[in-house]
Design a protein around this ligand. Structure first.
Ligand SMILES: Nc1ncnc2c1ncn2[C@@H]1O[C@H](COP(=O)(O)OP(=O)(O)OP(=O)(O)O)[C@@H](O)[C@H]1O
Length: 268
């Protein structure tokens, strides 16, 4: 996936001011940055759900903004931060919605759709809930079902917007390990928004930090995760160490940096 010179704004508010990013096939990239810096907006542009004011997102050489919704959804799946509740729908029915892009013109499910859905439910370990109404699930349970729905799209590119939101620590680790496993087993390309820099440092191949509508840092975790990144991109003062066994960077955030100081720093 190639993002070239991407610019986007909502009325009266510029959000992305020229983003360039290449995610190689089979690579997993964590996107980090302060609330409101444009991470979700970037994912929505990558999924073809928003149109850029300039620049483009190429999927296998094709501009995603020029693909139909259905064609885009065959190539890229987006796990939203929140999805509107659908009263009365069961988990299985919701996950089957993930197959809409693969359906025929009359909306008929094709051979194999049930198998893909069953696999998606099993991938996130929610197969036993297939007949439960989604309304009855807890926030964390619903989040895992949403991930299954995105996996049911069976795309090569997976965009995850805060996939561990609402999850307890155990399930955060399960989801992150599932993402790593799927990337390894199926060669998925993953771009995920993570607020937990610890997860980003441990589970992603690369970390990309957004600030002021541009990419402020981009590289492997051991290069990018530094006290400078904590201060200039995430607005906190802290230390960075190493996991004694795994070697990945571990952050020890201490206190928020006064925003006036953060604004004085420039990472470029
Ligand atoms: N539909 C919208 N209309 C107008 N402004 C919007 C809309 N959606 C988002 N914004 C604004 O655009 C900016 C970027 O929002 P976005 O959701 O991409 O940020 P984010 O980095 O994902 O934030 P968070 O970490 O809080 O999820 C924010 O200032 C937000 O208020």
């Amino acid at each position: 996936m190639l993002v070239e010179g991407l610019r986007f704004g909502y009325p009266g508010r510029e959000v992305l001011a020229g983003v360039d990013l290449r995610v190689e096939p089979g690579e997993s990239v964590a996107l980090v940055g302060l609330n409101g810096c444009g991470k979700s907006t970037l994912l929505r542009l990558c999924a073809g759900l928003l149109r850029p004011s300039a620049g483009r997102v190429l999927l296998d050489g094709d501009d995603v903004a020029r693909l139909s919704r259905r064609a885009a959804a065959r190539r890229v799946a987006l796990l939203h931060q929140s999805a509107p509740p659908v009263p009365g729908m069961t988990v299985r029915q919701l996950v089957r919605q993930g197959r809409y892009a693969a359906r025929g013109p009359l909306g008929m499910l094709r051979d194999g759709d049930d198998a893909v859905c069953a696999r998606a439910l099993a991938d996130v370990g929610v197969q036993d809930w297939a007949d439960r109404p989604v309304d009855d699930l807890s926030g964390g349970e619903r989040q895992r079902v949403r991930l299954a729905m995105a996996l049911a799209q069976d795309t090569g590119v997976l965009l995850l917007d805060e996939p561990t939101t609402y999850l307890d620590l155990r399930h955060q680790l399960e989801v992150m390990r599932t993402v790593v496993r799927l990337r390894e087993e199926r060669g998925l390309t993953v771009l995920m928004v993570l607020h937990d820099l610890g997860h980003a440092a441990r589970f992603a191949d690369r970390i990309v930090a957004l600030r002021d509508g541009r990419i402020a840092a981009d590289g492997p975790p051991h290069e990018v995760v530094t006290p400078r990144l904590l201060a200039q991109v995430l607005g906190v003062v802290g230390r960075v160490g190493r996991d004694p066994e795994g070697g990945w960077p571990v952050c020890y955030p201490d206190h928020p940096l006064p925003s006036v100081l953060q604004n004085e720093n420039h990472i470029h």
